[in-house]
Structures are given as C-alpha cells and as structure tokens.
Design a protein around this ligand. Structure first.
Ligand code: CTP
Length: 365
C-alpha cells in the first residue's frame, strides 16, 4: 500500500509507440504519444488534463493537446472492439503497457528525462535488422493488426518475421469482423506509403487478401504499376483494379464503400479499359460515344484523368485523345456570325456541341 502511495506522488511520463520508432529511424514523428505510469485519472484531471478516452483513460495536455494515456494492460474477454478488460491502476508498469502492443518496433518507450530507451521485446534490434515482428500472442486480440503489419511493410519495406506471418494466417476468420471504414482507412494509408504494392503482397502472403478482398486480382503487373509515386489516390485504386474484371471492380468499390471521388474515376476507367482493350482503333462516331460515356463534355478534366490513368496501364488512347482535344478546342467563336446573332440560351450550347462532334470525327479520320 505504501509503495502505491509513493508511486502516486511521483508519476512518470514516457514517450511511446510510433514516436520512439520514428526517432530511432531518424524520421520526424507525426505525433507524440505519452504514457503516464503511477497516476490516477483524478491526478491527471487535477492538473488540468481533460479526459478523451471513453473505454480507457486517455487525456489531452492542457496546452500542447498531446495525448497522455495512463499505463494499462488489456485482455480480450469477448468478441468485437468492446470485448476488452482494461486495467489501469497506478501499479501498472511501463513494461506491462508495452506488452499489450502490436509489434516489437512499436513497443518501445523513451524516458525523456534520461533518454533511456525501454525495449523489453527487442524492438531496436528488429529496427536495425529491418524486421516486423509481433510482440506476443496478444497480437491476435485485434485483427486490424494484420492490416497494420502490411501497412508498415508498405512504409518501411522491412521483412515480416515468418512467425508473424503464421499468426496472421490464423486470424483470417477474425478479419471478417473488421468494419469497412477501418479496413478502407488502412488501405488508403497504405496507398500513400512508398511501396503500396507491399501492403497487398503481405496480405497475400498471409492468405488474408483472398479472405478480405476476394474480388481483387493482384498480379505482378499491378504490383509494378502501384510503385509509380506520381499517381494520385484515385489513380492508385484504379490501377489496383487493372487486372480485376469490371464487375468485380464495381463490387470492390461498393463493398468497401469507396468515397465518391474514387468511384468517379474507377467506374468509367474500367468501362473504357474493357472497351478499348477489345479494340483501340476508333472512328469518329465511336470516339464521340466514348467521350459521352466518360461524361467528357460536362467534366472534361475528369475524362482526361480517366484517359491518363488508362495510359498508365498501357491502354492505347491515342485516337480518342486526339478526338477529344479537337472537340474541346471548339468554342463560341467557331459558330457562324448568323448563329451568334440568332441563337438563344440552350440553342447555343447545342450548336457548339454539334461542332464538337464534327471536330472529333474529323480528327479521327
Ligand atoms: N497500437 C497497437 N495496436 C493497434 C494500434 C496501435 O498496439 N491496433 C499501439 C502501437 O504501440 C502503436 C501505438 O499504439 O505504436 C500508436 O498507434 P498509432 O498512432 O495508430 O500508430 P503509430 O505506431 O504511431 O504509427 P503511425 O506512424 O502510422 O501513426
């Protein structure tokens, strides 16, 4: 009891998780998370911290707004995100807190007063050896960690320890319980990393890809295409679906509730891919129909993005691009003087459209 009182008077703060990992890698951490050992919620609140965590005690610093969590242990007691038993009394040590974490490289703490690194699971060595390894069997308590492993591999290009891949394989059934939002969030984050292809490659190696995303056909070609750093997120999703059938691509964006700006590229992209891969030779009328199908008259920039993305996967869009360019050069000034004088309102738009179609046809002769 005495010990407890002493530790309550001398809580200790540690920097934990991603910030320690990034510091050791010489990278600028995105945000800094703290763990407080030897404190109670009342202690934190008395010092002006405001509580934010509903399920476990996390507080915001009154000035910096950084997150300070009380050291805690967790044990899975049921299914889903809520089925956790959390213990956070002042006797929980920093080592206890680190033991509940996912990966050795994420399970280190830094004492900011002494600069000492607390590393009970060999995270520093794994960083040096470039290995992603789980801390312990508790990894299995959160199936999202399967996706996190894949995402960290996309970021750092490290190898995944064989025993971690084995454990990931065992979690296939649990993956189905993940919410669509959380899966999509991980996928989007992975897409912004240096090697998005390694996200899917890792999920394939752990047999998770066919459980989680059965529609997806992930080929070597798609992997190579994903390594192009100049693609935007919607373009990366389109390219990801390059070897997937149009129907499966549609199922994919629907099932994962992909945001509208992504669907707006992926759906016309797949339609055009299918049409142009059958035959890329197009006459004027076909060019006009395809521009129409891409909604190119109304939203030329979006249609151009579809064409640019098709080029990325090697589809020949030269003819349609020529037609489109010629059509878009037509303006009000190309109407005859009589038309300019006599036409009113919507008639003007119609007359311009007619000239555009003629220009598109002429360009593909
Ligand atoms: N953590 C965990 N299991 C999870 C999520 C998080 O063990 N499913 C732990 C890890 O120790 C992780 C820390 O909580 O380092 C913070 O998580 P988060 O901010 O999501 O990730 P970071 O590791 O900081 O990585 P990022 O750079 O992507 O933010």
């Amino acid at each position: 009891m005495k010990l407890l009182e002493i530790s309550e008077q001398h809580p200790k703060v540690y920097i934990v998780g991603g910030a320690v990992r990034d510091k050791l890698l010489g990278r600028e951490p995105k945000d800094v998370d703290y763990v407080v050992v030897g404190a109670t919620p009342e202690y934190m609140e008395n010092r002006g911290f405001s509580r934010v965590g509903a399920d476990f005690p996390v507080f915001l610093h009154p000035k910096t707004k950084d997150e300070y969590a009380l050291a805690r242990t967790e044990r899975k007691t049921g299914s889903g995100y809520k089925g956790f038993e959390t213990r956070f009394d002042p006797s929980v040590t920093i080592e206890d807190d680190l033991a509940r974490r996912d990966l050795t490289i994420n399970a280190m703490a830094l004492d900011p007063e002494t600069n000492e690194i607390i590393d009970p699971f060999g995270g520093r060595q794994d960083l040096q050896r470039k290995i992603i390894r789980h801390v312990g069997e508790a990894f299995a308590e959160d199936p999202l960690r399967v996706l996190r492993v894949a995402r960290f591999r996309a970021r750092y290009g490290f190898d995944v320890a064989p025993e971690t891949i084995q454990l990931m394989k065992k979690l296939n059934n649990e993956l189905k319980a993940l919410t669509k939002e959380r899966v999509w969030q991980e996928l989007e984050k992975a897409m912004s990393e240096t090697r998005p292809d390694l996200f899917f490659d890792t999920l394939k190696k752990s047999d998770s890809l066919r459980t989680l995303m059965p529609e997806l056909t992930f080929t070597n070609r798609v992997a190579r295409l994903l390594r192009n750093p100049s693609l935007s997120l919607p373009q990366k999703i389109a390219v990801l679906l390059a070897d997937t059938t149009p129907q499966d691509a549609q199922n994919f964006v629907q099932r994962w509730k992909a945001p509208n700006h992504i669907r707006a590229l992926v759906l016309p992209f797949k339609l055009m891919q299918k049409t142009l891969e059958k035959s890329s030779q197009i006459d004027g009328q076909r060019a006009v129909n395809l521009i129409q199908a891409m909604d190119g008259w109304r939203t030329p920039a979006k249609a151009q993005l579809v064409l640019d993305t098709l080029k990325e996967i090697g589809v020949n869009v030269a003819d349609i691009e020529r037609a489109f360019d010629a059509a878009l050069r037509v303006t009000f000034n190309d109407l005859t003087p009589e038309q300019k004088n006599s036409l009113q309102g919507a008639e003007i738009g119609k007359a311009i459209q007619k000239l555009r179609i003629t220009a598109a046809k002429n360009a593909t002769r």
